[in-house]
Design a protein. Structure first.
Lengths: 659, 346
């Protein structure tokens, strides 16, 4: 329940070993390479330092990146060709190369053997599949022709007339028709292609007007349909011939596939191994292009999770005599180097990381807000949408969705569970309460009970103040971690801001006489905290003994900070009131269903009653559920994140092979 | 009150922007320049246009660079207008950006067809980076015209270009130009359909007027300069004109000579647009007429003000380019004036 601790690795080695080092590191899938954190200058300095002591060739022949890239392209093309012919999808199989590494040249040899063995058959199968596709498209066009007895062969045999069949858009058909009397060709509509909503036309023209007609058709975006060779007769006859050809081709493919299907499993696994080797090579190539080199030495920088250190050292163990691995704690690197962030949460909180990432990634030295978000979001959702039945529907839906969209499904099931719990407290099952189902137990009673309404609204605000207290605490901790006294102590999201909020609440409470406290006390505290916020820069400089107390002109500073003060007063007020919506939506939820209940009371027909209540539940589950979710999200993002979330983190993304 | 467009805010914006580039002094200042370097200096310093073009020094601003710079400025103006629109109005204004997309896709297509290098092509792009959804990287990577057209699949440009071949792209470029122009105006008129009644009428009238002038220009040039059949002329004429319906277009296309086109056009349009054979003169005559018309339409609280601004800006940019070219070739000031619109229409 925190942000994963990171360590910084700097690996220096001979260029001869670079490929092997990178291969091991990529396969380990545990390193987030950092090509920006350290300056070129630092790395160059290290290279100079090590080149004088490290043994290795005085000048290393670099790989020709372009040639390797081109080889990978060729291999991938061949692999795709084979996969297409075998009707399979190329998949990565990392296990096939992690135990026994496969170099690109080995992979090339294996691929050459496969191509020799299957290449020709596969080419033929692919060619036949393409032919089938063309025949199918042609058949679709033929099916679109209304007059199935047209014999194009007879039209082609005309001495003085030539013809073309093709497709025209509706717009161009209109253009052609409007000027038909001036056109030296006959255009007959003979059908329509449904898929593209284009008209199929036959154009007949005297042979001497061939060029003129061709120009005309060009302007009309005419898509000429060519009749495949050796097809003849009427349209119906041609459809029959096309069907025969497709059938024959399929049979031939079936026969030829037998060659492929002998030891298909073995071939697939070999293909996967070659494919993975090519992808690995591409990944390494990408890294090699970014790494800093000397004449014989390379240096690379990466972040690792502290927990993975042992594993990485084990991976690098066979090479440890040849390379130098230097580890550093982020604190040693200074503030300008920002480690990547990986959130680390337990099973319950993890789905809520999605809500955080939707807003931004916390920076490495921030508090991970996931547990806080998980708890507050569940509570808010439960309070606003408390119902055992509807909550159970969400819970089940969440379980189902989680099979395909894991995080979203799990998030929904947790919100559903919270809704069930609060539903039990309110005594609400699919909107029905004790009045309709007397056997239902409830802890607090129905939300719309006149005694409960003020309690619920006040509880909403109380919840808000508790949530804001936590938000302010996080904010103060985050600022102090960054040694920002100005914002942490005197800022509007710091201690002064918090005292202002609490004083404001106490002032209201004292004015309505809910507690025995002279109004002057919280008022004085409000004024003092506001003054501290207005004078935050000089005050923080005074506390930290920095001089001058104020940078820039006093007038400009005062204007800016006074406006900020006014904004703080307004936003604090709206912050506190904003949480009333938690209570208000709880009432709204019950109220909305009450409307359907009243409607169902109008009829005595039991079936109609059930239909109305069912409709009410569907509406609440879809529309109101969404509204409550958005309101919860709004409170999280706007009222709470706005206080403490600083963001700007970079997600930890270890280098790995992917499709 | 139109919920889809903030006319008051837009009008304020337009008035300020007009003051920046389109005021009388701008042209006086440009005409007063003796060298291209001075023109560039005025554009860069007085109008702050330098940010629209990279790596150009004041001394070597070529015609292409100047056009790129000013077109990018026009795009940014339309982008700014879009901030004040939503719903059907946003959809309608977005179409004006199509013109610049069309310019870029035609540019790439031309280069691919001619087998030219595309390395530096981005420096000539003028499309809106904010609103264009075309995948320019993918388009650039096309090796053949066929592949290029395939890569346009899923965009509005695919259908008009789907039958284009390598030879068309090199030898029959006008087919591509005309097809894309038809798409642009058709989309513009279709989107204008969704505007409120008064705005729809204004938009149809103004776009229709522009279409009329483009059609006359096209037919006249086709008759005078090219070997194009009347059937093709008619097919490539734009639909939706204000005064030139299909029958009149047909009469123009099937007229016996370019001179007959002149007579018929002035009769139909009630304006003598074809006073000379020079493209610049024809264009100036057309623009003069359009501006006279623009002055007469209702601007306050209607789309008229926005359209008028886009049209005026468009013509101002052309004038800037023409005048700068005149300065480059040392034409005297009086001659430069000829290329400009009648002042009273501005």
């Amino acid at each position: 329940m925190a942000i994963q601790k990171m360590e910084y690795l700097r690996i220096v080695g001979s260029l001869e070993d670079m490929h092997e080092v990178l291969e091991k590191l990529v396969l380990s899938e545990k390193l987030h390479f950092d090509f920006e954190g350290t300056t070129e200058y630092d790395n160059s300095y290290i290279i100079h330092e090590y080149e004088s002591v490290m043994t290795g060739p005085s000048s290393f022949e670099h790989e020709d990146f372009e040639a390797v890239e081109a080889q990978c392209d060729r291999m991938e093309k061949d692999l795709e060709h084979l996969a297409k012919g075998m009707d399979i999808r190329l998949e990565l199989d990392k296990s096939s190369i992690s135990g026994t590494p496969c170099s690109l040249s080995e992979a090339q040899d294996d691929l050459n053997k496969l191509m020799e063995q299957l290449g020709q058959v596969v080419s033929e199968i692919n060619r036949k599949r393409e032919a089938i596709l063309k025949y199918e498209q042609f058949r679709e066009t033929l099916n679109g022709i209304t007059y199935k007895d047209i014999d194009f062969g007879r039209v082609a045999a005309l001495n003085y007339f030539a013809y073309e069949i093709g497709a025209l858009s509706q717009e161009n058909v209109i253009r052609l028709r409007k000027n038909y009397e001036n056109i030296s060709a006959i255009a007959l509509n003979i059908g329509m292609i449904k898929a593209s909503s284009e008209y199929i036309d036959i154009i007949l023209y005297p042979r001497q007007f061939a060029e003129e007609t061709s120009k005309l058709l060009k302007s009309l975006n005419w898509v000429r349909l060519d009749i495949p060779e050796n097809l003849s007769g009427t349209v119906s006859e041609m459809i029959g011939q096309v069907n025969d050809r497709i059938r024959n081709l399929r049979n031939e493919i079936g026969e030829q596939s037998k060659v492929i299907n002998t030891n298909k499993a073995g071939t697939i696994s070999l293909l996967s191994r070659i494919y993975t080797a090519v992808k690995l090579e591409r990944r390494i190539l990408g890294l090699e292009r970014e790494i800093t080199y000397g004449t014989s030495t390379f240096v690379l920088n990466a972040w690792i999770r502290k927990d993975d250190k042992k594993e990485i050292m084990r991976v690098l163990d066979p090479l440890i005599q040849k390379i130098k691995v230097e580890e550093k704690n982020p604190n040693e690197l200074g503030r300008q180097v920002v480690p990547p962030t990986q959130l680390k949460n337990n099973f319950f909180f993890r789905p809520f990381e999605k809500v955080i990432k939707l807003y931004g990634m916390p920076s490495y030295d921030e508090i991970d807000p996931t547990p806080f978000v998980a708890i507050t979001f569940c509570l808010m959702f439960g309070i606003m949408f408390g119902d055992m039945g509807q909550g159970f529907v969400y819970f089940l839906a969440g379980l189902l969705i989680s099979k395909k969209r894991r995080a979203i499904g799990q998030l929904l099931s947790r919100l559903g569970a919270s809704s069930i719990l609060f539903g039990a407290a309110y005594g609400s099952l699919f909107g029905l309460e004790q009045e309709e189902l007397p056997w239902l137990w409830s802890l607090t009673g129905r939300p719309l009970d006149p005694r409960n309404i003020p309690v619920i609204l006040i509880a909403g605000v109380a919840f808000g103040i508790a949530a804001l207290t936590s938000s302010f605490t996080f904010s103060i901790i985050n600022y102090i971690k960054k040694s920002n006294i100005e914002e942490g102590i005197f800022g509007k999201n710091g201690l002064a801001g918090y005292i202002f909020l609490i004083s404001l609440v106490l002032t209201i409470v004292a004015v309505v006489k809910a507690i025995k406290l002279p109004v002057a006390v919280p008022l004085a505290s409000m004024v003092a905290s506001l003054a501290a916020m207005v004078a935050k820069e000089p005050l923080s400089n005074l506390v930290s003994a920095k001089r001058p107390l104020l940078h820039g002109s006093v007038g400009a500073y005062l204007t800016e900070s006074l406006f900020e003060g006014v904004e703080t007063v307004l936003s604090t007020l709206s912050n506190a009131i904003s949480f009333i919506r938690v209570g208000a939506f709880a009432l709204n939820h019950a109220g909305l269903f009450l409307a359907f209940l009243v409607m169902s009371d109008v009829t005595s027909n039991i079936v109609l009653k059930i239909v109305i209540l069912l409709l009410g539940n569907i509406l609440i589950l879809t529309l109101e559920g969404l509204v409550v979710f958005i309101q919860g999200l709004r409170l999280e993002y706007y009222e709470m994140f706005g206080k403490y979330f600083q963001g700007g983190g970079i997600a930890f993304s270890p280098a790995k092979i992917n499709n | 009150m139109n919920p889809y467009i903030a006319y008051d805010a837009l009008n304020t914006k337009i008035v300020t922007q007009k003051g920046r580039l389109l005021d009388e002094n701008s042209f006086e200042k440009i005409i007063g320049c003796n060298t291209v370097e001075q023109v560039t200096e005025v554009l860069f310093t007085r109008y702050d246009l330098k940010r629209y073009i990279e790596n150009v020094k004041t001394g070597d601003l070529h015609r292409d660079d100047l056009e790129t710079l000013l077109n990018r400025y026009k795009v940014s103006v339309i982008e700014n207008i879009l901030h004040y629109c939503s719903g059907p109005y946003r959809e309608f204004i977005l179409v004006f950006l199509m013109e610049y997309e069309i310019y870029d896709i035609s540019l790439i297509l031309r280069k691919i067809a001619r087998g030219e290098e595309l390395d530096d092509i981005e420096s000539h792009f003028i499309h809106s980076e904010k609103y264009s959804v075309l995948q320019y990287g993918k388009l650039k990577a096309s090796r053949t015209v066929l592949q290029y057209v395939e890569n346009l699949k899923g965009t509005p440009y695919y259908n008009p270009l789907k039958t284009v071949t390598d030879t068309d792209a090199v030898k029959r470029e006008f087919h591509i130009e005309m097809k894309l122009q038809q798409l642009y105006f058709k989309t513009l008129l279709t989107k204008a359909e969704k505007l409120f009644d008064e705005d729809k009428r204004i938009a149809h009238d103004l776009i229709g007027l522009k279409i009329d002038f483009l059609n006359v220009q096209w037919i006249y040039r086709a008759k005078r300069l090219y070997d194009i059949s009347p059937e093709q002329m008619l097919i490539y004429s734009l639909q939706g004109g204000r005064r030139l319906d299909f029958d009149r277009l047909r009469k123009l296309c099937y007229s016996k000579s370019a001179d007959e086109v002149k007579i018929l056009a002035s009769q139909y349009l009630k304006h003598n647009m074809l006073t000379s054979d020079k493209g610049a003169d024809i264009e100036r005559n057309a623009n003069d007429y359009i501006f006279k018309y623009i002055k007469g339409i209702k601007h306050h609280g209607t789309i008229g003000s926005v359209l008028a601004y886009i049209y005026i800006l468009d013509s101002a940019v052309r004038e800037f380019v023409t005048v700068t070219e005149g300065i480059r070739y040392k034409l005297p000031g009086e001659q430069l004036e000829q290329y400009l619109l009648n002042r009273e229409n501005r």
